[in-house]
Design a protein around this ligand. Structure first.
Ligand SMILES: [Zn+2]
Length: 499
């Protein structure tokens, strides 16, 4: 076998000692090494695992068997792969003695989690730097903790923090269980969305029904976005989606990790909505999901001859755009009418603008301006009070985090460090959630009484809302009740309103 082939074959060596680690650790080590090997194009040809034995001794049966196999050429590998170098040996003397044995037989020592492989000089520098840089040490511990969390997630166990709406955490089994009241809210939101209702309509319905977010607040737009994207609702347990903090400590909650790093376990938590509904909600993009033959003006458009005009859809010359129009069936089938076809988009825009003109009249604007201040004051006071409470919570958490950081600096035991890191992670997550809540609250803060201009801007909102295809069901209902008919004449479009 040539040397290149040899260096793509590895023996896996794993070790755990009871005093520091849990039974899970062999699994963690193996998974991590397998991932590493896959990434580096290394084939693992055999494994050795010492259980409950310290790395300070070389009296380890599996370790000795491996060294023996290498010396006597019973295995043909170019690499010994370990999860961390301290799995191989815990003291320097042993480490060097056995690394020399490996080198004599052209075998390199690789670590799946540390940057330096079989390079003593580099290793020492790395070690020294790591020892000096406390922060770096903290990061490493952090990585270990999230690795532990990953393990937990593989088993479908909840990793800490507040569970999503619709679930509680079972204190004994640490798994997600249904919260039936909240699950109803989730179900309602999904079903409304799947039927094409807008976010603001759904938020209104949820709040009207008295449902609350996990933090006990009223629903806002952000809470809905998070709900609709969560695949736990179709029974798939997911962990590790949110990207880590960037080096400067900022956090982008929308950033998501590479798909390969996300752990997904189908059936790992109770299902709340069907695959069909979930997929429909997450595929709702514009006209793609609009039911065929359903249009804002359906049934309302009449030709000058009295016939109800029908919709024709065809691909445009550039093939990507669909051209839709209303046409007179009499014209097409019998030739009895010479009524012209009319572009559907243009007509829809025209009708909606005319309707807005009809609704946003000076009289209506005036009555709104009078009612607004009283309405506003109450909401403003409440919202401000809530933001203050949240800000206080965040500041308390920050102080605690600082305390734990100090504790880590002074800590000598790996166990207590992990404990503090766990707590810091938890508090950081909590603060991220609180910050989100504040942003939501502030965005919802009512402003000063609106000026006539602002109300006129509302008119534009109204038009946008009516023309948004996602709102089709409710807008259509509204339009059908406000408009009697739209009559298309040769030189005029006449809209008969019900208002
Ligand atoms: Zn006609």
């Amino acid at each position: 076998m040539n040397i290149c082939d040899k260096f793509s074959r590895a023996a896996l060596y794993m070790r755990f000692s009871t005093e520091l680690q849990t039974e899970n650790s062999i699994d963690t080590q193996r998974r991590c090494c397998v991932e590493y090997a896959k990434r580096e194009g290394i084939e693992i040809v055999c494994e050795y695992a010492d259980r409950a034995i310290s790395g300070k001794t070389d009296k380890r049966p599996e370790f000795q068997r491996m060294v023996d196999d290498i010396i006597n050429r019973r295995i043909d590998v170019g690499i010994v792969l370990v999860y961390k170098l301290d799995r191989f040996a815990r003291n320097e003397k042993l480490h060097h003695r056995y690394e020399e044995v490996l080198q004599k037989h052209n075998v390199l020592l690789f670590s799946a989690t540390e940057p330096v492989n079989s390079d003593k000089f580099g290793q020492r520098i790395t070690k020294a730097v790591m020892a000096v840089m406390n922060e770096e040490e903290v990061r490493k511990i952090s990585e270990n903790v999230s690795r532990g969390k990953k393990e937990t997630a593989y088993k479908g166990l909840w990793c800490g923090g507040t569970p999503p709406l619709g679930y509680d955490v079972d204190e004994k089994t640490h798994t997600l269980v249904l919260n039936t009241t909240e699950a109803k809210a989730v179900k309602l939101a999904f079903e409304l969305r799947a039927s094409g209702f807008s976010y603001s309509y759904i938020i209104g319905e949820l709040n009207k029904a008295g449902y609350k977010t996990k933090l006990g607040n009223r629903f806002g737009k952000n809470s809905l976005t998070d709900i609709f994207r969560n695949i736990k609702y179709k029974g798939i347990y997911e962990y590790n989606r949110a990207a880590s903090k960037s080096p400067n400590g900022t956090f982008n909650r929308h950033a998501s990790k590479d798909e390969s790093e996300i752990i997904k376990i189908p059936g790992g938590c109770p299902r709340i909505v069907s695959d069909e509904v979930w997929d429909k909600v997450n595929g709702l993009t514009g006209s793609a999901n609009r039911p065929k033959g359903d249009y804002l003006l359906s049934g309302l458009v009449k030709c000058k001859c009295g016939a109800t005009m029908q919709v024709n859809r065809r691909k445009n010359r550039d093939r990507n755009r669909i051209y839709s129009s209303f046409f007179c069936p009499e014209h097409k089938s019998t030739g009895n009418c010479d009524g012209k076809e009319i572009n559907m988009d243009t007509l829809t825009d025209f009708v909606v603008y005319q309707l807005a003109e009809k609704i946003f009249t000076p009289a209506i604007i005036d009555s709104f301006k009078t009612a607004f201040p009283a309405l506003n004051k109450e909401r403003l006071t409440q919202a401000k009070r809530k933001v203050k409470v949240l800000e206080r919570k965040i500041s308390t958490n920050d102080t605690t985090v600082e305390k734990y950081m100090k504790a880590i600096e002074n800590s000598t035991s790996e166990n207590s460090m992990q404990l503090f890191v766990n707590k810091i992670n938890w508090l950081t997550e909590e603060n991220e959630r609180l910050n989100r809540e504040i942003t939501e609250k502030k965005a919802a803060l009512p402003a000063d009484p609106p000026s006539t201009d602002e109300i006129m801007a509302l008119k534009q909102d109204f038009i946008t809302f009516m023309l948004d295809e996602n709102n089709l069901p409710i807008c259509k209902k509204c339009l059908q009740s406000l408009i009697e008919g739209i009559f298309i004449y040769d030189d005029e479009i006449k809209i008969v309103f019900n208002i």
